[in-house]
Design a protein around this ligand. Structure first.
Ligand SMILES: [Zn+2]
Length: 327
């Protein structure tokens, strides 16, 4: 009976979270998170293996009884080859994670982009239930999307499908901002939580973001999207201007994604977007206004429902079955 549990892993830059999921209900039966001691592939594989062993112990199953696994990685992954082509927060390029982990765990492992995994989880058990065409737009420390088209996960020819954070936007003239990917003018350079905090520090140092800095307790290290939201709520003009700019960028990019791919559900997720009510409202207003009229038919915007579990649930389902290519 317990052999029916599916293993999903969410691999981020600071930790790995392993979860045993009931594939029939999407319920996380047990989960364990472990920080990376080091980010070398060997050390990360050891961390994942230990997190899996602990999650299995908590669920009361033998780790050896698990037959499949899916791993969501914050980075560019090459479909079924198990290769992680580029994972900036791990400092990885061309790491054969699927092969390394299969060797350590003793069974097959499917590697997938983390937002693709989250989109798959939301589609099966969350906010995109029941639709075959859905897009998840995620704004947290970074910006990205997961795409399900015709009931299949769309990863693109080289695993770049859904990299919404790196479409070029560069608004309002002047020098475009540099993105963590090394390119200039990406959406993530303006809207991602990490880049937003960097911009706030620069502008606070220039004396422009006083109310936001006050909302961060006067500590530049604590400047964040939530400090902008707090200043916005107090009517601060800088915060209002910033949210108008960032909300328009995210909303327009999302609307264009919807016009291009015609999903019937747009799922909004991530700590910055879901943690800042006013930013979310501005994003939604631009989506409502800018999606091509013909693509609005039967189209809905919803908030992600599975939270942190979306990635492990989706990864577990994708690891256990061939859903993304046959349905
Ligand atoms: Zn970029």
């Amino acid at each position: 009976m317990t052999a029916r549990l599916a293993l999903g892993v969410d691999l981020g830059g600071t930790n790995a979270r392993a979860a045993l999921v009931d594939p029939a209900t999407g319920q996380v039966v047990a989960a364990h998170r472990m920080p990376h001691a080091e980010r070398t592939p060997g050390a990360v594989v050891a961390t994942i293996t230990a997190a899996v062993a602990e999650a299995a112990r908590l669920a009361g199953v033998e780790a050896a009884s698990l037959a499949t696994a899916g791993v969501g990685v914050a980075g560019q992954c090459l479909g079924r080859s198990g290769m992680v082509l580029n994972a900036p927060n791990l400092g990885w390029r061309d790491v054969p994670l699927g092969e390394l982990l299969a060797g350590a765990l003793g069974h097959g492992v499917r590697i997938v982009n983390d937002l693709s995994a989250a989109a798959w989880g939301e589609r099966r058990f969350g906010a995109a239930r029941g639709v075959d065409d859905a897009a998840l737009v995620f704004v947290g420390s970074g910006v990205g999307a997961g795409l399900i088209l015709g009931a299949r996960l769309h990863e693109g020819g080289r695993g770049v499908g859904g990299e919404l954070g790196h479409i070029k936007v560069a608004p309002r003239g002047g020098t475009p901002r540099r993105c963590g990917c090394g390119e200039w003018g990406c959406l993530e350079a303006y809207a991602g939580g990490m880049n937003l905090a960097a911009r706030l520090r620069e502008e606070a140092a220039d004396g422009k973001a006083g109310a936001v800095l006050a909302a961060a307790g006067g500590d530049p290290a604590r400047l964040s999207a939530s400090a902008v939201e707090a200043a916005y709520l107090l009517g601060d003009p800088y915060a209002r201007e910033l949210w108008a700019e960032v909300g328009e960028l995210i909303g327009t990019a999302s609307a264009n994604l919807v016009t291009l791919l015609n999903p019937l559900r747009l799922v909004l997720g991530g700590g910055v977007l879901l943690g800042c009510e006013n930013l979310e409202r501005i994003v939604r207003a631009h989506v409502a206004d800018r999606v091509l009229r013909a693509a609005r038919r039967d189209f809905e915007v919803r908030r992600a429902e599975l939270g942190d579990d979306a990635g492990v649930v989706g990864a577990a389902l994708l690891g256990g079955r061939d859903d993304s290519h046959a349905q």
